[in-house]
Design a binder for this molecule. Sequence first.
Ligand code: NDP
Length: 281
Amino acid sequence: MAARIIDGRALATKMRNALVNRVQHIKESKGIVPGLAVVLVGDDPASRTYVGMKEKASQQVGIYSEIYRLEAQTPEEKLLSIIDELNEDQEIHGILVQLPLPGHIDQRKAIERINPNKDVDGFHPINMGRLVIGDEAGFIPCTPYGILKLLENEGIVIEGKKAVVVGRSNIVGKPMAFLLLHRNATVTICHSRTQALSEVTREADILISAVGKPHIIKGDMVKPGAVVIDVGINRLKNKLIGDVDFNEVREVAGWITPVPGGVGPMTITMLLHNTIEAALK
Ligand code: NDP
């Protein structure tokens, strides 16, 4: 039997509708309009698209948004001073610096400059550190957070399961692994130096791929009945495809996320959620 398709778009729509009501309620009861500032440096086409989507999604749920589109040559000091201003701005509760930044800017410096209480991406070392020690009261990075919501919504049990996360980036792989670990999965993290990847992935009850290589996960790398979450976004001839060979894997897995329409819509939804939480803090 083919895998059940996890519809990220449907859950994202449902959650965003609930967020519309939440924003309205916060406005009426507290007189606060949640505010998000997004800072984009340069003109990377994918980043431009993401920033546009974040702006539109914010408006749809009633979040006030400011978008800073800075030219690629913007000096690091200029970016840091904009972040300083946003840290002080009472109308802005969430600050997001779109990654990647141009090479002359120290990404770490920019992220560390954001007030951790406004770090709605959850990339500041304070929020990352909280996540690692199991304190989820900070901000959880949006993509892994969205994946967790997808798993919960499907009623998938995490406790006691073998989870394999392919990819160890700070924005997806590592936070994902800790979220699963804290929910009592036995977690393995794979990366480019992992040997015999398919032997490891075949052990997984829950397999999450965050690599960025088209169709790196094939049908014979998946345990029958496993949950397969595809984070990858790869652009091939104007088409978006995932890390997972969907047609092969759906014949083996129990659950699978499509690309597009799986993890992507949830990432932005969790950004909206985090912004609202920031406004309430
Ligand atoms: P990074 O490039 O930062 O990390 C990729 C990871 O994959 C690295 O840890 C790398 O290992 C590992 N890797 C590379 N090649 C292999 C291989 N052959 N076998 C096993 N592991 C390998 O990417 P991100 O985490 O930022 O993003 C991953 C993908 O997810 C991208 O396609 C990105 O576009 C997408 N993405 C999607 C989002 C969404 O909302 N749907 C949000 C964020 C990202 P090593 O550490 O050894 O280099």
